[in-house]
Design a binder for this molecule. Structure first.
Ligand code: FAD
Length: 377
């Protein structure tokens, strides 16, 4: 009998297993593969982290704690996991990304600067803004290294006593009021609590109870054709609002891999085991077209490409908390393409929930808002 079984040991599950094990909880972690791997949502060498959160100011306290926990993890792992590069949130002044970022920053007293196209041209000459656009510059924004972070959480979870079984898929689970039973391809296990952190496979494990959709996303890596110095030192992460069209985002290649760019949403939706894994010219052309105007000194031919999966809820906010019909089952699901930066704080918050504590305000993520068939959209 374990205190908790964690299903899925990617970005979220690894962090949850680590926080539980550190507290001396008997924890069993199960994964169908051997993370870090490139089949789910936590690969592709880099992730954006930022504080002035346009998605909702309610995320900011979690982000401030996430920064502390990333630093602590990096210290314990003896590795660099977060590099502050600064970040530009670009769009028209009233766009969701610019207005939302400034609203979050103002409400939580975060420091930022509003830059005109000329300012951006002086500070970050690789970027070309339209005359009617502005940029919110946040110095605290930066890059995380997802594969290294997943490996660090799993290594330290094991060292703290977690039992981690890899390449052992969970086939089904049954929950009573105060205990759960899990069946895998290799056996059956029991625990007081079950945590479902299976990323793009959570919808299947939850039998379609919550309205979640898996979306294919493509990341592309580009090298500068000219002025490589503009893309090496002093190149920030960025998200470019395009109104109703998917935003364009990008990150510096801190290990020489080139600038990574992609579209946030707008991908094909479907079964995570069936979505195409190969990258086609139709994936590449829209990003090339956008970069040609906005970062014109990049060579348009991508050097590398990767397919990754988002798991979206209808309101694009997370699902974290108890299953409305099974209080012994906790969800860490529906991260809607913006979860990675939160891994350690979700790990801490879910470990609290397993222990019956609630230190963080998780109301925005309440799974009860999407009871079967009643999901807001
Ligand atoms: C292209 C792309 C760019 C992104 N950019 C950002 C960004 O810049 N900033 C940011 O904060 N977030 C970003 N995200 C989102 C973020 O990466 C995800 O929200 C986060 O990685 C989700 O982690 P997870 O633990 O839910 O999923 P995963 O890390 O995929 O983990 C799920 C695990 O569950 C396992 N599993 C599945 N089924 C079973 C089963 N039946 N039994 C046992 N194990 C199972 C899988 O093998 C996997 O290891 C991005 C995502 C993508 C795809």
């Amino acid at each position: 009998m374990y205190d908790a079984i964690v299903v899925g040991l990617g970005g979220m599950g690894g962090a949850i297993a680590y926080h539980l094990a550190r507290r001396g909880r008997r924890v069993l972690g199960l994964d169908r593969l051997a993370p870090p791997h490139d089949a789910g949502s936590s690969h592709g060498m880099s992730r954006i982290i930022r504080q002035a959160y346009f998605e909702d100011p309610a995320y900011v306290p979690l982000l401030l704690r996430a920064y502390e926990l990333w630093e602590a993890l990096a210290r314990d792992a003896g590795e660099t996991l977060l590099v502050k590069t600064g970040g530009l949130m670009i769009g028209t002044p009233d766009s969701a990304i610019v207005a939302g970022s400034t609203e979050s920053a103002r409400r939580h007293g975060l420091s930022y600067r509003m830059l005109s196209p000329e300012d951006v041209g002086r500070w970050f000459p690789a970027f070309r803004l339209e005359p009617h656009e502005v940029a919110v510059y946040e110095e605290a924004a930066g890059v995380l290294f997802p594969e290294k972070a997943v490996a660090a959480h799993l290594r330290l979870a094991r060292a703290a006593g977690a039992e981690l079984r890899l390449n052992e898929p969970v086939e089904s689970w049954v929950a009573g009021p105060s205990s759960v039973s899990v069946r895998t391809t290799a056996g059956r296990y029991q625990a007081e609590r079950l945590v479902l952190a299976a990323g793009a496979w959570n919808p299947k494990l939850l039998g379609g109870f919550f309205p979640m959709e898996v979306e294919r996303q493509v990341s592309l890596w580009f090298r500068p054709a000219e002025r490589p110095d503009w893309f090496e030192e002093n190149f920030p992460v960025f998200i470019w609002d395009r109104g109703d069209e998917p935003a364009l985002y990008g990150l510096p290649g801190l290990n020489g891999e080139g600038i990574k760019a992609g579209l946030h949403h707008g991908g094909q939706r479907g079964d995570p085991d069936r979505l195409p894994r190969e990258v086609t010219p139709e994936d590449i052309e829209p990003v090339q077209r956008l970069l040609a105007r906005r970062l014109p000194l990049l060579d348009p031919e991508p050097r590398r490409a990767a397919v990754c999966l988002y798991t979206n809820t209808p309101d694009l906010h997370f699902l974290v908390g108890p299953h409305p019909d099974h209080p012994a089952v906790l969800l860490a699901a529906g991260f809607s393409g913006h979860g990675f930066k939160f891994c350690p704080v979700i790990g801490e918050a879910v470990a609290d929930l397993v222990e019956g504590k609630e230190r963080r305000d998780l109301a925005l993520f309440d799974p009860g808002r999407f009871r079967a068939g009643q999901g807001r959209s």
